[in-house]
Ligand binder design. Structure first.
Ligand code: AVI
Length: 312
């Protein structure tokens, strides 16, 4: 009988087949976000152990007046990623920009969040751009001549290894132009037990989020990976200053994807995500290397999270 497969993204196929064949098997974290993965990530952000979302939102709320004073009048806010229903309105309400440009690869998410902002801010010109912000992006001509404020919250920068993070910041600089400002959220280094709890919650939502990648491989690429042969693991890599997510084989296991066979000995893992945490100096150095000069910085209680405003 013919198996019905979803239309396969060739980049997903290549990343999975090549990544699993590497000496240290790894699959890029962006593939964690299919529909189910995005829903699970949403659930993660509401977990008591996952502090970043709550902490950044509270920080933004607490310091928004100070922050808004540093944003030029009649700016255009350009958000890298579809706007969050909680964080974006806080910034828009206080900074009172003339235009808002959310950029996201997922058309559905983008349209939903743009419509929400449009309804809540009647005088604001909303120009959604459907694009992968790591690639070429054309900003709408309607914002020509307006001062620009990039917004990149959520510590998403932490999911890029420092070299790619630097490239991405330089890319933002070339999209936004000299003189633009960037408001970026970065998670801070903190005690390992808190970090591990945030990335390996007792309810098992993060485990489900990670294992969903194997479900996606089986569904979209016709694989036969037995899910019960892998378990989620969150590790702190002290040398690299990051939390890593892995899927560890709980027994010797063999599986097939298309015509390729893979075998994993018990204990071998697939590395599925990095989440870098920065200290104050590391965060500023990363921005400087990416072509941005830090202007102001706000930190949450216990230095748990930082919002940094920088200038190109
Ligand atoms: C999207 N990103 C900033 C999250 C993080 O904290 O690195 C993704 C995540 N992975 C597991 N939990 C949350």
């Amino acid at each position: 009988m013919l198996k019905t497969l979803e239309i396969v993204d060739p980049a997903f196929r290549a990343d999975v087949l090549n990544g699993l064949a590497e000496p240290i098997p790894a699959i890029p974290a962006r593939w964690l976000y299919d529909r189910r993965g995005s829903e699970l990530f949403d659930e993660i952000t509401r977990l008591p152990e996952y502090y970043p979302t709550r902490t950044e939102t509270a920080l933004l709320e607490d310091r928004i007046d100070e922050l808004a004073r540093l944003v030029p009048a009649d700016s255009a806010v350009i958000e890298f990623g579809a706007g969050s229903a909680t964080k974006t309105p806080i910034l828009l309400r206080a900074a009172k920009p003339k235009a808002y440009v959310p950029i996201d690869i997922s058309g559905d998410y983008l349209r939903e969040s743009a419509a929400r902002v449009d309804a809540e801010f009647p005088g604001l010109a909303v120009h959604p751009v459907e694009a992968d912000f790591t690639n070429h992006v054309d900003l709408p001509a309607a914002i020509d001549g307006m001062p620009r404020l990039g917004f990149f919250p959520g510590s998403t920068i932490g999911n890029f290894v420092p070299q790619s993070a630097t490239d991405l910041l330089r890319h933002f600089r070339s999209i936004l132009g000299t003189g633009a400002r960037l408001l970026i959220g970065m998670d801070r280094v903190k005690p390992v037990d808190r970090l591990i709890a945030a990335y390996d919650d007792p309810k098992g939502v993060t485990a489900e989020f990670n294992l969903n990648l194997l479900r996606r491989i089986n569904r979209e690429l016709g694989g036969d990976i037995p899910l019960d042969a892998f378990r989620h693991q969150a590790r702190w890599n002290d040398m690299m200053g990051r939390i890593e997510m892995h899927l560890v084989a709980t027994r010797d296991v063999e599986f097939q994807i298309e015509d390729r066979r893979f075998s994993f000995a018990k204990g071998r893992s697939i590395h599925t995500e990095n989440s870098h945490k920065y200290g104050p100096r590391g965060a500023r150095l990363l921005l400087l290397a990416g072509g941005w000069t830090p202007l102001a910085e706000w930190t949450a209680p216990d230095e748990d999270f930082a919002l940094i405003l920088a200038e190109a």
